[in-house]
Design a protein around this ligand. Structure first.
Ligand SMILES: Cc1cc2nc3c(=O)[nH]c(=O)nc-3n(C[C@H](O)[C@H](O)[C@H](O)COP(=O)(O)OP(=O)(O)OC[C@H]3O[C@@H](n4cnc5c(N)ncnc54)[C@H](O)[C@@H]3O)c2cc1C
Length: 414
């Protein structure tokens, strides 16, 4: 079978390309070793939180910051995609999110400020519509922690928020009354709260403290039935609820990743996970790639075009060796800093490995060290790209979404 598009990687970058392909009716397969970092992430899509990256004041006027970045950093993935296409990618995602049944809000014009589990305030760009709540406007804010949940401490969250917002914030402990002799993570609790009986126990404790307030609660309000759980809570408690993303596993990231995965499958995209792509054939064009099946045989996939969306160092599309960093499938040259010294490693001005990656031209085709295109029909997206620091800039999912979008447009051109 000849695919129009073979995508390697099932993270947001790969999914973003697949959405473009689906819209154009193209035969597409996604090959992935595992599921991407979206499952661990907050589910927020950050375009650019801070610029310059070392500026710790959140960027509010997004286009101003983005245009300045594009002027100053020509090799940054956003400079290669361009403002107009970034806007297209984001607005296309907003429309598709409605169709998929997980509507997102926000815009590319301004960031909004959201509270975190540690009580800091951070900028973000797109967020589930259920999180469309303003901590600055709320008359009363209450933080609730769930005793059985690991890694969420309401006193700590409320204390730091009090400092950040310069106002009084109450906190409470509640419980869901499950005794399994182990700590529960956010996914366990989100599943439990889909049961009305367990939810009612929580509501009974929250009712006296939350009326008329903005209730900040860790993101545990349902895995699949979140809509029902959140609206039931808001109605019963007569308050607004804002889920705060938790440390992984992150239910908000999970909801987005699963929604995308199921939507793409329903549109005919083949998604094969559990196997690494570890073979390719081709010279100026990639002719085929293959995964090694459990019986040791190669299963080959031929496409007109290919997208490499393997997630950089964290996604294991790039591997770090003592003296070099390697791109694992096509042996593409990786532009990386010298191995960082001990002092560099926790450098607050940027961790050198963060901006390591494959360098590409404006069409996102990989380049060799002389600047020549290596494979005409291969396009690179997401965290495998170099030239940006997703953590310092707060741009991880934004780069994945917009480069995935452009990579697919380039790959399917002609
Ligand atoms: C804990 C955490 C929280 C985050 N929170 C946020 C946030 O709040 N906002 C934000 O904007 N960003 C956030 N990010 C960053 C963001 O999630 C990443 O930058 C983004 O997901 C990168 O997407 P990607 O598709 O490029 O890579 P990934 O999501 O890493 O996906 C890579 C894919 O490639 C596959 N793969 C790798 N090698 C091979 C191979 N040889 N063969 C086959 N498949 C392969 C992997 O299995 C995976 O499916 C967070 C990241 C983490 C880890």
């Amino acid at each position: 079978m000849l695919y129009d598009l073979v995508i390697i990687g099932a993270g947001l970058a790969g999914f973003s390309s697949a959405l473009v392909a689906v819209e154009r009716g193209k035969k597409t397969v996604i090959l992935a070793r595992g599921l991407g970092n979206l499952y661990s992430s907050s589910g927020y899509i950050d375009l650019l939180g801070y610029y310059p990256a070392t500026e710790r004041k959140p960027l509010l006027s997004l286009l101003e910051g983005l245009n300045r970045l594009i002027d100053e950093k020509p090799a940054h993935p956003y400079s290669l995609v361009g403002t107009d296409m970034i806007k297209d990618a984001f607005s296309s995602f907003l429309s598709i999110s409605e169709v998929m049944g997980l509507p997102y809000g926000g815009s590319t014009y301004k960031n909004v400020i959201m509270p975190t589990a540690v009580g800091s305030l951070v900028p973000t760009t797109l967020f589930p519509k259920t999180a469309e709540r303003d901590v600055f406007e709320a008359e009363k804010i209450v933080v609730a922690g769930i005793r059985e949940l690991i890694d969420f401490f309401p006193a700590y969250t409320a204390g730091n928020l009090e400092i950040a917002l310069e106002r009084k914030i109450d906190f409470y402990w509640v419980n869901i009354g499950i005794n399994v002799h182990r700590e529960l993570n956010s996914y366990d609790i989100a599943l439990a709260l889909e049961e009305k009986e367990i939810r009612d126990r929580l509501l009974k404790q929250l009712k006296p403290i939350s009326k008329g307030s903005l209730l900040l609660i860790p993101a545990v309000l349902g895995v699949k039935r979140w809509k029902e759980v959140i609206s039931h809570m808001e109605e019963e408690l007569e308050c607004k609820v804002l889920e705060i993303p938790t440390f992984p596993p992150s239910v908000m990231g999970y909801r987005l990743a699963e929604t995308l995965l199921n939507y793409l499958k329903s549109k005919g995209v083949e998604i094969i996970t559990g196997y690494s792509v570890d073979y390719f054939k081709g010279d100026k064009d990639v002719e085929e790639v293959a995964i090694t099946m459990s019986n040791g045989r190669l299963k080959k996939f031929k496409g007109k075009s290919y997208i490499l969306a393997t997630g950089g160092i964290l996604g294991e599309g790039l591997q770090v060796y003592p003296q070099e960093i390697k791109e694992t499938i096509f042996s593409l040259p990786v532009i990386s800093p010298e191995p960082p010294s001990r002092e560099d490693f926790f450098n607050l001005e940027g961790q050198p490995f963060s901006s390591t990656g494959v360098f590409v031209n404006n069409s996102l085709q990989p380049l060799d060290r002389t600047g020549k295109v290596i494979f005409n029909n291969l396009f690179v997206s997401g965290a495998t790209l170099g030239g940006y620091d997703p953590f310092l800039e707060k741009s991880g999912n934004g780069v994945a979404l917009s480069t995935g979008y452009k990579a697919a447009l380039m790959a399917l051109k002609g």
